[in-house]
Design a protein around this ligand. Structure first.
Ligand code: SF4
Ligand code: SF4
Length: 82
């Protein structure tokens, strides 16, 4: 049997690429992102996942202005994707 954990959607944040703008926090329909309150290497308050509740909608990814700060593993496929 495959590993069930693998298919559970979750955001993966590179805390040192995050600028702490909070757009992902505001965009998340499930309110499962927050600013961590810990400064990253660049001095920004990086976003973090609360650990459960993500539905894989990828709103966080699409609202993040930083290209490498956040991605969603196990995201739902979107129409129009090549
Ligand atoms: S994929 Fe959707 S539910 Fe999951 S953290 Fe991002 S915005 Fe929230
Ligand atoms: S939108 Fe991107 S840069 Fe802004 S807080 Fe979220 S992960 Fe960080």
């Amino acid at each position: 049997m495959s590993d069930p954990e693998k298919d559970i959607p979750r955001p993966v944040i590179d805390e040192n690429e995050c600028k702490g703008c909070g757009r992902c926090v505001a965009a998340c329909p499930k309110k499962v992102l927050r600013l961590s309150g810990k400064l990253n290497r660049r001095g920004y308050d990086a976003a973090e996942y609360v650990g459960e509740g993500c539905i894989g909608c990828a709103a966080c990814f699409y609202n993040c202005p930083e290209p490498y700060a956040i991605e969603v593993h196990g995201a739902r496929e979107k129409e129009g994707k090549e």
